[in-house]
Design a protein around this ligand. Structure first.
Ligand SMILES: Nc1nc2c(ncn2[C@@H]2O[C@H](COP(=O)(O)OP(=O)(O)O)[C@@H](O)[C@H]2O)c(=O)[nH]1
Ligand SMILES: [Mg+2]
Ligand SMILES: [Zn+2]
Length: 308
């Protein structure tokens, strides 16, 4: 006897056993139905919305269907130049966390995360933590430009509580991939936002995934008021490997308005004459640091294309 299938979200998976968060709030272990495995070849990923059936005789849960994916973040499969591996699906937003100081924010890394979000059609949000260690004005001087581009910027402190209610609201009911360098306060923020919740925040560290062949899977954590936070080791490597050089310009929202003003339709915005993007940089309408990030990423992506 099996009851009617119910909806669940895949939190984690290893060795064919998946942790599935059900609508009733419980988390159950389940495997994929054999027929599904044989037919589609579609592999279940963390974040997948699935239908699961409960076998009342055995007490076991079986995944009977994977529902359509709203989004996906993929990376190059370890050890392979051309294969991709889905890290997580159905992410609504990438939340990039930096600190005002200790460690110093890194604009190039921030821009890289934003490009990953843009190229995957996922919204992005920026959190600048440790604002208690510097003036609010200094923070806004550094990051106000991003708010002007349309990326919401939260200025937070786990010491003073600044910005925490707004961040809590922004995470509620959504699937958020939290990322950023270690030491910026990601674990502290989650602990401050969700006291008493066992998020196993210690796992949110990119350093565990630095070895070339180690793969630590993503892991979703259900939030008490709805939504999920995803711990995605290796998010830094997500996305860029699959992006075409000519598509990179579209990942910089402030470039899009001036693209039509370049003399050459295939302008790379590097050293071509009469480049609308470089004119906009010179005119102060595009942040020089953003343009520098573009140049660096463009070179990187072209290099990858050459080696293919
Ligand atoms: N001054 C200050 N220190 C913070 C803040 N948030 C976290 N920290 C400290 O920064 C260090 C790293 O925090 P942690 O949460 O482990 O960072 P993670 O590596 O990003 O998870 C710890 O010593 C925290 O106490 C903050 O808002 N202000
Ligand atoms: Mg941490
Ligand atoms: Zn150009």
């Amino acid at each position: 006897m099996t009851a009617a299938p119910v909806h669940g979200v895949v939190l984690q998976g290893t060795g064919g056993v998946y942790q599935i968060h059900l609508a009733d709030g419980t988390t159950q272990a389940g495997a994929m139905r054999g027929r599904l495995k044989r037919e589609g070849g579609v592999k279940i990923a963390v974040g997948d919305d699935v239908l699961v059936e409960h076998d009342q005789a055995t007490g076991g849960w079986t995944i009977v269907e994977i529902l359509p994916r709203r989004s996906r973040l993929a990376r190059r499969a370890p050890g392979s130049a051309h294969m991709e591996r889905i890290v997580v699906t159905n992410v609504d937003q990438v939340v990039v966390v930096f600190a005002m100081v200790r460690p110093e924010p890194n604009a190039k890394m921030l821009d890289r995360f934003l490009v990953v979000a843009e190229t995957n059609d996922v919204a992005a949000r920026i959190v600048i933590n440790k604002v208690d260690l510097d003036s609010r004005r200094a923070a806004e001087e550094l990051f106000g430009g991003y708010a002007a581009l349309g990326y919401p910027v939260h200025y937070t402190s786990t010491v003073t509580g600044d910005g925490l209610p707004e961040l809590l609201e922004a995470l509620r009911g959504r699937v958020s991939a939290l990322s950023g360098p270690s030491g910026v306060g990601k674990s502290s923020l989650l602990n401050a936002l969700y006291p008493g919740l066992d998020l196993r925040v210690g796992a949110i560290s990119e350093s565990v995934n630095k070895g070339r062949h180690t793969t630590v899977g993503a892991r979703m954590h259900p939030l008490p008021r709805g939504g999920y936070v995803v711990d995605t080791p290796g998010l830094r490597e997500v996305g860029l490997w699959g992006i075409a050089a000519r598509d990179l310009e579209r990942c910089f929202p402030e470039f899009v308005a001036v693209l039509g003003t370049c003399r050459f339709a295939d302008c790379r915005h590097l050293s071509e004459p009469e480049c609308g993007v470089r004119s906009a940089v010179d005119a102060g309408r595009i942040m020089p640091s953003r343009y520098e990030s573009y140049v660096k990423l463009r070179e990187e992506v072209e290099e990858v294309e050459r080696t293919w």
